[in-house]
Design a protein around this ligand. Structure first.
Ligand code: FEO
Length: 170
């Protein structure tokens, strides 16, 4: 069983996207830690690790299919943010970009009748629904609780709880 050159390129591009997401969330975590949003920092350190596992899944899949993964250099992520809300909005945008890329890959598998990659990508399709919902839910909190110091402190506490049990967050 082999994957097409087009599919291989798309999957390798996805490795880059997941690696960039991991770096970006690491930079967000670090910024939050310095500012004093410890809950958000914990949350984004966990997110960064999650993205690395996504990247690894694709690396292993490529290698298992005899296609050889390329490990990419990534652009330095943004290192400072205007606000916690702005940071979460950037995270949601990241996820929307990733979702689009995953959906594009699914379309390629359908065109090429590549059932193996189609089945492999199913997990990512579901994961993206959760990832987007997660960040949308956090953004809603700003509308519900407000944007003053006390509200942000509350949101930071919620993120600390989510970081402690990431699979039940969202
Ligand atoms: Fe791996 Fe959050 O997308």
């Amino acid at each position: 069983m082999k994957i097409s050159p087009k599919m291989k390129k798309a999957l390798n591009d996805q490795v880059t996207l997941e690696a960039s997401a991991s770096n970006s969330y690491l930079a967000m975590a670090s910024w939050c830690e310095v500012i004093g949003y410890q809950g958000a920092a914990d949350y984004f350190y966990v997110q960064s690790d999650e993205e690395r596992t996504h990247m690894l899944k694709i690396v292993h899949y490529l290698n298992d299919m005899g296609a050889t993964a390329s490990i990419p250099a990534t652009k330095a992520p943004l290192s400072s943010y205007k606000s916690l809300e702005g940071l979460i909005k950037t995270a949601l945008k990241n996820e929307q970009t990733v979702t689009k890329a995953i959906h594009k890959m699914v379309e390629i598998t359908q065109k090429e009748k590549d059932h193996s990659t189609y089945a492999f990508l199913e997990w990512f399709v579901n994961e993206q629904v959760q990832e987007e919902t997660k960040f949308e839910t956090i953004l809603q909190k700003f509308d519900l609780l407000g944007r003053d110091k006390l509200a942000i402190h509350e949101i930071d506490k919620i993120l600390a709880t989510d970081a402690a049990s990431p699979e039940t967050a969202a």
